[in-house]
Design a protein around this ligand. Structure first.
Ligand code: ATP
Length: 252
């Protein structure tokens, strides 16, 4: 079976700086794949190239058999790739449920305007969106917070709501940019559980993450970048024992 996401010879230069050099790898359907590497290794650049916010200097990104070259971020999202960002973007006065429903509205046929006008068709659609969004919160263990304003939620719960909102787009793959950033160890353990639940829903996950214990716990495969180059790509146990990886991390 073809991989869900295939990266071939991807390079990106910013002026004279080669941020990413000839990186190739694949993400198989149904796996959690993590990208790690020291600061400045090119992880964010890689993410931005995949999600279409940056254009590669050379190389290709193929998603579900289609080239993403030249596609805009919203077109890539429509093809089934959702992403979260390092900084949580939440409508703070809206409830957790409403925040997830916003994600779903982007997907819905009726659209936000007609749901405001509340035609009978849009009302039914609204009910479906509400049910689906509630179910998503429930599947991440956040059902009891559905009616709580986002600003009153703990940071880790907000991150969960953000995951549910991205899932409301019904993506094939979810790109997570440092999801554990700013979380305490309890929240990080919760996050690990949520990301595993997402994989169990059948959504493939690609994440960039600094928290090594989280990465080692949940990843099926890990890709290591250093100075823009791929250093290793393997299962967590093998990565932990990889001499070059150890050198990079201890050296840093
Ligand atoms: N827009 C840009 N213009 C110029 N240089 C950039 C730009 N974006 C990134 N870089 C440089 O490219 C290199 C890779 O940066 P990138 O942010 O991809 O690394 P990273 O692995 O995500 O680092 P971190 O872990 O600190 O987030 C760095 O040297 C960075 O300074």
């Amino acid at each position: 079976m073809n991989p869900l996401l295939q990266i071939d010879g991807l390079s990106k230069a910013f002026g004279g700086l080669q941020a990413l050099k000839n990186v190739s790898f694949a993400v198989k359907r149904g796996q959690i794949k993590a990208v790690i590497g020291p600061n400045g290794a090119g992880k964010s650049t890689l993410f931005n190239l995949i999600s279409g916010t940056l254009k590669p200097s050379s190389g290709s990104v193929t998603f579900m058999g289609r080239s993403l070259l030249g596609k805009k971020p919203y077109q890539i999202a429509e093809l089934g790739m959702a992403r979260t960002f390092q900084n949580i973007k939440m409508f703070s006065a809206m409830t957790a449920l409403e925040n997830v429903m916003v994600g779903r509205h982007i997907k819905s046929r009726s659209g936000f305007i007609s749901s405001l006008l509340m035609s009978p068709w849009a009302t039914r659609e609204e009910g479906r969106i509400r049910d689906k969004s509630l179910a998503l919160l429930g599947s991440l263990g956040l059902g009891e917070y559905a009616q709580v304003p986002a600003e009153n939620l703990a940071f880790g719960q907000q991150r969960g709501v953000e995951l549910a909102r991205a899932l409301a787009l019904e993506p094939e793959i979810l790109l997570l940019d440092e999801p554990a950033a700013g979380l305490n160890i309890y929240e990080t353990a919760e996050l690990a559980r949520m990301i595993s639940a997402i994989r169990d829903m059948g959504v493939t996950v690609l994440l960039v993450e600094h928290d090594m214990s989280l990465v080692m716990d949940i990843s099926d495969e890990i890709l290591v970048l250093s100075f823009g180059q791929k250093i290793a790509e393997d299962i967590p146990r093998a990565i932990q024992q990889n001499a070059e990886v150890i050198k990079i991390y201890l050296g840093g």
